[in-house]
Design a binder for this molecule. Sequence first.
Ligand SMILES: Cc1cc2nc3c(=O)[nH]c(=O)nc-3n(C[C@H](O)[C@H](O)[C@H](O)COP(=O)(O)OP(=O)(O)OC[C@H]3O[C@@H](n4cnc5c(N)ncnc54)[C@H](O)[C@@H]3O)c2cc1C
Length: 407
Amino acid sequence: MRTNMRIGIVGGGIGGVALAGSLLQRGFEVRLFERAPGFGEIGAGIQMTPNAVKVIKSLGLLDKMLAAGFLPQSLVGRNWRSGRETFRTPLIETCPVLYDAPFIHIHRADLHAILASLVPDSVANFGVSCTGVRQDKNSAVASFSDGSEYEADLIVGADGVRSVVRAGLFGPEAPRFTGHMCYRAVVPTGGVVDYVSPDASFWFGPHSHVVTYYVRGGKAVNIVAVAETKEWVEESWNAPSSKEEMLGAFRGWHRNVETLFSKVDQVYKWGLFDRDPMTSWSKGRITLMGDAAHPMLPFLSQGAAMAIEDAYVLAESLKGHGGDVASALRDYEAERLPRTSRVQLEARERGRTYHLPSPLAQAKRDFMYWLRGLFNPQATGIQANWVYQYDARAFRPNLSDKPRLVA
Ligand SMILES: Cc1cc2nc3c(=O)[nH]c(=O)nc-3n(C[C@H](O)[C@H](O)[C@H](O)COP(=O)(O)OP(=O)(O)OC[C@H]3O[C@@H](n4cnc5c(N)ncnc54)[C@H](O)[C@@H]3O)c2cc1C
């Protein structure tokens, strides 16, 4: 295998650091370029579902994740007003048995720091914003706002939903505002409290839903509260909000939700954007991963998980093909495109089923949850068992036929 190939990664979010770590573990020469002045993540929680945790395990980071995270008992659906349980999918005991990995709630900053522990400082360039990419038959080049350039055998755009690398490859196209806005907050609790159960709780209301779960070993609760809006939200829109605004948007919800919201200190609100699935992410020696390739609504909790799976498969494909970039990218896309496209579309569909406006439609949905749960509790509610079953570690590159680079 040729491991002295140079790989440039644009973007040091969860996907970029997961890829850098995966490549370094396989002996590749890597440089990562991040426009922020240092590694950092916004203060919110994230659900790491078993499919992503399988990769984290194979990176040797599971113990750190367990030490920093929280293991939820179950995934639970609740009625927004009565708090009545509409489904319960057991997690803590079943996930390791069914999927070979636990379901972990963790603070994003903790997850990012754990992944970044695989990436030495010497590999990362901070404060450099990529402005464009170009290539010829033998190399790819990324250009930066400070006038510098980096030439590599492969450039990977891990630069998020508004990816410059994607625009450079496939032309500029704004992501779609989905009509959802989202409040996010983390409430320090000092331990498990009686108004938040130790689960991943999905509260479904008309045109809105709320997800709550513990992070940091149970010392804090993460809130994601999504409401539909008719107002057009600017592409880059995210803004500080307030406890009053959040309580106002969810007035009349169950007292446990209101009690939790009343303890919020700092709240941010975001517009949620996605894009349609693509038919290809690569041209020649440049490719995409994570939100740059397949941004999605967070309703299946899979954006970062997909980026982590991408990272593992891309690194494994490059290793298997020993420096043959075209073959590696062909197999990377063949493995990842169908999966991420399905997750993108199904996440979008969840926006509809979570937010059913009429009590009758809600009652029908909840009856189906109950009925499905009788047969298989793992396949009811948000119905994500097919997402969790996937195992990126089972990917094997196809070493039998060789494509040519498409410039
Ligand atoms: C409300 C909400 C809840 C979510 N919950 C979950 C969850 O529970 N589970 C889950 O798996 N996912 C979740 N997600 C999705 C997840 O946050 C994203 O999918 C994930 O962070 C994508 O990672 P990424 O590395 O591809 O992109 P990003 O995290 O966006 O990282 C991109 C990086 O590239 C840098 N960058 C951008 N442009 C440039 C440039 N020109 N030059 C250099 N650097 C650049 C940025 O500064 C950033 O560091 C949620 C998302 C939202 C909005």
